[in-house]
Design a protein around this ligand. Sequence first.
Ligand code: G6P
Length: 632
Amino acid sequence: MCGIVGYLGRRDCADVLMDGLEKLEYRGYDSAGIAVFEGNSIRTVKTRGKLKCMAQKLAEDGKPEGFCGIGHTRWATHGEPSDINSHPHSNGRVTIVHNGIIENYAELKEFLTEKGYSFVSQTDSEIVACLLDYYYTGHDRMSWGASPEGRTDAPQSKLAPDPLRAIMETVKELHGSYALGILFKDFPDRVYATRKGSPIIVGLGQEEYFIASDIPAFLKYTKDYALLDDDEIVCMEKSGVGFYDVHGIAVKKQIHTADWDIEQAQKCGFPHYMLKEIHEQPEVVTKTLDSIVTDGVPDFSGIGLTDELLRGVKRVFVVACGTAMYAGIVGKYAVEKLARVPVTTEIASEFRYMDPIVGEDDLVILVSQSGETADTIASLELAKSRGARTLAVVNVKYSAIARGSDMFIHTLAGPEIAVASTKAYSVQIAVLYALAFRFAYARGIMPESEMKRLTAQLYGTSKAIRDVIDNKDECQFIASQLMNAEKLFFIGRGFDYALSLEGSLKLKEITYIHSEAYAAGELKHGTISLIERGVPVITVATQRHVLAKTVSNMEEVKARGATIIAVCRKGTEFAEGTVDIKLELDIGDELDDMLIPLPTVCALQLIAYYTSVQRGIDPDKPRNLAKSVTTE
Ligand code: G6P
């Protein structure tokens, strides 16, 4: 969702901000803007539309010249995408950029209106600028009672205007989530920031400092960074960076060094991030497995996930959103099949409000690429409050979910920039398979030799994924057959069903073709009425023990005119006339059926990618979607 950047240093601030915003484009946005100190005044340039609209506006209006400023990409929540609703927002002596949602904005707006403030935008964010100004210009908290009725006009404070104090007072009144970059007109060489629920990372360069929603925004300039915790405030000025807690007391922060460089966050010759990230899968799967495998078997004892703990687990919940949740479904099938432990996969936004029956004997696995997804964070807190053990499977080290869970497995996909998740999904399922093996072993169901064999097979998926990528022309051909479809279906059974869900999501996300995924046997209970002549049905048919059943379901839809695209192992035979296009995965016979989702998902990703490109869509930035969903 929204992206925040801020800079203080000796470089051209507008350039640094625009560059940083470009690196945050993946988060999804509909408008953008920057505010830069030009001498002692702040000049704001903002517009609806993509960064190229901003670049055009800067070219027309002139770029603000200065060394200190903030920038923003907005993903509209309150108020339509428009020039006026774009950030930065200014009120009085304060200019801000905001990521998140201020839930009590209506109440605050009413109060501030009574105090004589007026507003130009429809956003919740402008209220924050205003409230900051209210406190900055000398009102104190006495004017706010515990209840709205208790408020009285406060006497003007005798204290000199103090940005830190104004921020501390303001955040006490805000309900909801926020990351804020703040400029005070009277301090032309300072950038402030604070956060709650939405990330702010502080980049620490040589006499130059950055704030950003994510590391790639400043990685070009520095690899050193500190993480702002909830309720903390940072002040960047020429003499250095100060961190403060909610009471204004200085705090010392740990400095981290990013373990990946700017190349990893760039396209490296690929036309899109998504294609690059699909190609990275063989490598990142191996890298992730290397980090959790010792002596040929998965071993999680280093993070506290011991065999003893696994033996004691009565139930497992996998809680996540979007693609990560679909990875959880593969995990459910694997853990239940091998370890015979009941696993429930839950959508985080449901889990958090459904009063789940979860407690001390349960293991709750939070799966997330970003580690910052609001609903998954809330589910983690809920699971902890009920006494469950929590395990994060997360791609971003030091993210809220990684830090908040009892145990953390770091998936090593590296930075994933394309909105549609690909390599993060693959490493998530690789970890969940490895976990299933260890689970089964710990519970005495699987001998060590079998755990070793399966782990070697899991490593083998890396080569199988590469083989699929080598045959990408076939996926490109299938895409050419799909590009004009109005709707389509994915069907499969077992692991193939789990994959169909992800394949269908990927395709609809980036092609805008309506796609549904169905358990192959379920189609005739209703959805088959949507099948008519020429509707493509992508059948994932890799699971040999249910192949005959899947074939029957293919025939049912074929009889109603569907065009069947079968994704199967090389050499799979179908009766004549059943299949229109066969995508045979040339991955060898040895790979266990259970592990085929790893290479197969790659084929589905490539089909989605090429269909998107052939329809003239930018697969990296599908409309309306955000990479990192930091609000409910
Ligand atoms: C958004 C993204 C999806 C992602 C989901 C969960 O919807 O567009 O690609 O799967 O959030 O994100 P997470 O970072 O928790 O995996």
